[in-house]
Design a protein around this ligand. Sequence first.
Ligand code: ZN
Length: 173
Amino acid sequence: MDAQEKKQLLLDLRYLRMTQIWAENSYCKRRQVGALLVKDKMIISDGYNGTPAGFENVCEEEGGDRSKPYVLHAEANAITKVARSNNSSDGATLYVTTSPCMECSKLIIQAGIRRIVFGEYYRMHDGVDLLCRAGIEIVHLWQHGDQCEPVAITSDNSESHYQEVAKELEVAR
Ligand SMILES: [Zn+2]
């Protein structure tokens, strides 16, 4: 890793830490997700998972084991928030605590986001596969205890890396 890459990794780790703090805003009980959009070293938008503006701050259906169908994911909230601003997501980097799902991945591609950094996997990796196909740069900041290993994900290693992460989680359980 050269000096430039080391500097980028430090920045990536700090922004990811910010998304983890931002996720604490979420009222969702099952999983709190935070996202930031960064462009030209500026945070241009932010989001966390939750219901649309004006709706009650409850994410779960009665009984609590399912999310309401109108809950927006953190990425969707960050992208729609920038849509209401004078900023553009074109060419931006998305930092997100959890890897994007299929629905959010479609929005990410169309929003012109060029790079994604995430900290942990969603229960499926089909969204990540789609982002790979779109040629978006994806970095998984893989945490092993207090060590972090940045893994660049491409169509070639997407499946095998996901399996490797799942195996590690299985062993830790
Ligand atoms: Zn999503």
